[in-house]
Write a protein that binds this ligand. Sequence first.
Ligand SMILES: [Fe+2]
Length: 195
Amino acid sequence: MIDTPTRRVVLGVGVFAAGSMLAIDRSLAQAPLATTPACHDGDEVTLPQTEGPYFKPSSPERFELLEEGMAGQPIELVGFVLTRACKPLAGALLDFWQADDKGRYDNSGFRLRGHQFTDAEGRYRLRSVVPGLYPGRTRHIHVKVQPRDGRVLTTQLYFPGEAKNRSDGLFRRALLVRTAKNAGWLAGRFDFVID
Ligand SMILES: [Fe+2]
Protein backbone atom coordinates (compact mmCIF):
# COMPACT_ATOMS: atom_id res chain seq x y z
CA MET A 1 0.00 0.00 0.00
CA ILE A 2 1.13 3.51 -0.68
CA ASP A 3 1.00 5.42 2.57
CA THR A 4 -0.64 8.80 2.36
CA PRO A 5 1.79 11.55 3.34
CA THR A 6 -0.71 14.35 3.35
CA ARG A 7 -1.09 14.71 7.10
CA ARG A 8 2.63 14.61 7.74
CA VAL A 9 4.11 16.64 4.93
CA VAL A 10 5.49 19.80 6.41
CA LEU A 11 5.99 21.95 3.36
CA GLY A 12 2.54 21.08 2.16
CA VAL A 13 0.87 22.20 5.35
CA GLY A 14 0.24 25.72 4.23
CA VAL A 15 -0.93 24.63 0.87
CA PHE A 16 -3.01 21.52 1.32
CA ALA A 17 -3.20 20.35 4.90
CA ALA A 18 -3.91 23.39 7.03
CA GLY A 19 -5.68 21.27 9.59
CA SER A 20 -2.77 18.99 10.31
CA MET A 21 -0.48 21.22 12.35
CA LEU A 22 -0.34 18.68 15.18
CA ALA A 23 1.45 16.27 12.89
CA ILE A 24 4.37 18.59 12.27
CA ASP A 25 7.71 17.46 13.57
CA ARG A 26 8.99 20.01 16.11
CA SER A 27 12.39 20.47 14.51
CA LEU A 28 10.80 21.30 11.21
CA ALA A 29 8.07 23.43 12.71
CA GLN A 30 10.70 25.90 13.85
CA ALA A 31 11.07 27.06 10.28
CA PRO A 32 7.57 26.81 8.83
CA LEU A 33 6.90 27.85 5.31
CA ALA A 34 4.44 30.57 4.56
CA THR A 35 0.85 29.48 4.28
CA THR A 36 0.40 31.79 1.34
CA PRO A 37 2.56 32.28 -1.73
CA ALA A 38 5.97 33.62 -0.73
CA CYS A 39 6.11 36.35 -3.32
CA HIS A 40 5.55 40.01 -3.89
CA ASP A 41 4.51 42.23 -6.74
CA GLY A 42 7.06 42.22 -9.54
CA ASP A 43 8.63 38.91 -8.59
CA GLU A 44 11.01 37.34 -11.05
CA VAL A 45 9.34 34.97 -13.45
CA THR A 46 10.34 31.31 -13.29
CA LEU A 47 13.30 30.63 -15.56
CA PRO A 48 12.59 28.66 -18.70
CA GLN A 49 14.79 25.68 -19.52
CA THR A 50 15.23 23.28 -22.38
CA GLU A 51 12.61 20.57 -22.83
CA GLY A 52 15.22 17.86 -23.37
CA PRO A 53 14.71 14.74 -25.46
CA TYR A 54 12.12 12.85 -23.38
CA PHE A 55 8.91 14.87 -23.40
CA LYS A 56 5.84 13.00 -24.63
CA PRO A 57 2.50 14.71 -25.29
CA SER A 58 -0.81 13.29 -24.06
CA SER A 59 0.27 12.26 -20.58
CA PRO A 60 -2.54 11.00 -18.33
CA GLU A 61 -4.28 13.49 -16.05
CA ARG A 62 -3.12 12.59 -12.54
CA PHE A 63 -1.17 14.05 -9.64
CA GLU A 64 -0.14 10.63 -8.35
CA LEU A 65 2.84 9.31 -10.31
CA LEU A 66 3.93 6.99 -7.51
CA GLU A 67 3.01 3.40 -8.20
CA GLU A 68 2.97 0.48 -5.85
CA GLY A 69 6.38 -1.15 -5.65
CA MET A 70 8.13 1.75 -7.36
CA ALA A 71 11.72 2.15 -6.14
CA GLY A 72 13.02 5.47 -4.87
CA GLN A 73 12.44 8.22 -2.32
CA PRO A 74 8.77 9.24 -2.31
CA ILE A 75 8.21 12.95 -2.68
CA GLU A 76 5.18 15.19 -2.40
CA LEU A 77 5.80 18.43 -4.26
CA VAL A 78 3.33 21.24 -3.78
CA GLY A 79 3.06 24.91 -4.62
CA PHE A 80 1.26 27.62 -6.51
CA VAL A 81 1.17 28.93 -10.05
CA LEU A 82 1.27 32.72 -9.75
CA THR A 83 1.35 35.83 -11.87
CA ARG A 84 4.18 38.36 -11.41
CA ALA A 85 1.75 40.31 -9.25
CA CYS A 86 1.52 37.25 -6.99
CA LYS A 87 -2.01 36.38 -8.05
CA PRO A 88 -2.72 32.62 -7.94
CA LEU A 89 -3.84 31.19 -11.26
CA ALA A 90 -6.67 28.65 -11.18
CA GLY A 91 -6.94 26.09 -13.95
CA ALA A 92 -3.31 26.33 -15.03
CA LEU A 93 -1.97 23.20 -16.69
CA LEU A 94 1.12 21.48 -15.28
CA ASP A 95 2.61 18.56 -17.18
CA PHE A 96 5.37 16.72 -15.29
CA TRP A 97 7.77 14.11 -16.59
CA GLN A 98 10.86 12.63 -15.01
CA ALA A 99 13.31 9.74 -14.80
CA ASP A 100 12.77 6.90 -12.35
CA ASP A 101 15.02 6.07 -9.42
CA LYS A 102 17.52 4.47 -11.83
CA GLY A 103 17.61 7.50 -14.11
CA ARG A 104 15.44 5.95 -16.82
CA TYR A 105 12.56 7.61 -18.68
CA ASP A 106 9.58 5.60 -19.82
CA ASN A 107 9.52 6.39 -23.52
CA SER A 108 7.08 3.67 -24.51
CA GLY A 109 4.43 4.28 -21.84
CA PHE A 110 3.58 7.02 -19.36
CA ARG A 111 5.29 5.90 -16.17
CA LEU A 112 6.28 8.99 -14.15
CA ARG A 113 4.42 11.26 -16.52
CA GLY A 114 1.22 13.12 -15.75
CA HIS A 115 -0.60 16.40 -16.15
CA GLN A 116 -2.93 18.24 -13.80
CA PHE A 117 -4.59 21.61 -13.35
CA THR A 118 -4.25 24.04 -10.46
CA ASP A 119 -7.29 24.26 -8.19
CA ALA A 120 -9.39 27.36 -7.48
CA GLU A 121 -6.60 28.69 -5.22
CA GLY A 122 -3.91 28.19 -7.86
CA ARG A 123 -2.37 25.19 -6.10
CA TYR A 124 -0.89 22.01 -7.54
CA ARG A 125 0.26 18.81 -5.88
CA LEU A 126 2.51 16.11 -7.30
CA ARG A 127 3.31 12.79 -5.67
CA SER A 128 6.21 10.90 -7.15
CA VAL A 129 9.70 9.62 -6.43
CA VAL A 130 12.89 11.65 -6.44
CA PRO A 131 14.32 11.13 -9.93
CA GLY A 132 17.59 9.22 -10.33
CA LEU A 133 20.76 10.43 -11.96
CA TYR A 134 21.66 9.77 -15.58
CA PRO A 135 24.87 10.66 -17.40
CA GLY A 136 25.57 14.37 -17.62
CA ARG A 137 22.62 15.48 -15.47
CA THR A 138 21.91 16.21 -11.84
CA ARG A 139 18.53 15.21 -10.37
CA HIS A 140 15.69 17.11 -12.00
CA ILE A 141 11.99 17.03 -12.76
CA HIS A 142 10.75 18.39 -16.07
CA VAL A 143 7.57 20.42 -16.22
CA LYS A 144 5.50 22.48 -18.61
CA VAL A 145 3.24 25.11 -17.05
CA GLN A 146 0.53 26.86 -19.02
CA PRO A 147 -2.03 29.33 -17.67
CA ARG A 148 -5.48 29.28 -19.28
CA ASP A 149 -5.08 30.98 -22.65
CA GLY A 150 -1.42 31.62 -21.84
CA ARG A 151 1.93 30.60 -23.22
CA VAL A 152 3.70 27.43 -22.16
CA LEU A 153 6.63 27.74 -19.75
CA THR A 154 8.96 24.75 -20.07
CA THR A 155 11.44 24.33 -17.27
CA GLN A 156 13.14 21.90 -14.86
CA LEU A 157 13.21 21.70 -11.07
CA TYR A 158 16.27 20.79 -9.02
CA PHE A 159 17.07 19.45 -5.55
CA PRO A 160 19.26 21.04 -2.88
CA GLY A 161 22.43 19.39 -1.61
CA GLU A 162 23.12 17.42 -4.79
CA ALA A 163 26.82 17.07 -5.64
CA LYS A 164 26.01 16.96 -9.35
CA ASN A 165 24.34 20.39 -9.22
CA ARG A 166 27.85 21.83 -9.50
CA SER A 167 28.73 20.01 -12.71
CA ASP A 168 25.41 20.18 -14.56
CA GLY A 169 25.50 23.21 -16.83
CA LEU A 170 21.71 23.45 -16.87
CA PHE A 171 21.38 23.70 -13.09
CA ARG A 172 20.06 27.02 -11.73
CA ARG A 173 19.65 27.89 -8.06
CA ALA A 174 16.43 29.73 -8.85
CA LEU A 175 14.87 26.41 -9.83
CA LEU A 176 15.65 24.64 -6.55
CA VAL A 177 12.77 22.94 -4.78
CA ARG A 178 12.70 23.66 -1.04
CA THR A 179 12.65 20.34 0.75
CA ALA A 180 12.19 18.80 4.18
CA LYS A 181 12.28 15.17 5.20
CA ASN A 182 9.17 13.93 6.92
CA ALA A 183 8.40 10.39 8.04
CA GLY A 184 9.95 8.70 5.04
CA TRP A 185 8.61 11.25 2.58
CA LEU A 186 10.42 14.17 1.09
CA ALA A 187 8.23 17.27 1.22
CA GLY A 188 8.92 19.71 -1.57
CA ARG A 189 7.69 23.21 -2.33
CA PHE A 190 8.04 25.23 -5.51
CA ASP A 191 5.96 28.18 -6.68
CA PHE A 192 5.91 28.98 -10.39
CA VAL A 193 5.71 32.64 -11.40
CA ILE A 194 4.37 33.16 -14.91
CA ASP A 195 4.68 36.32 -16.95
FE1 LIG B 1 15.73 14.93 -18.01
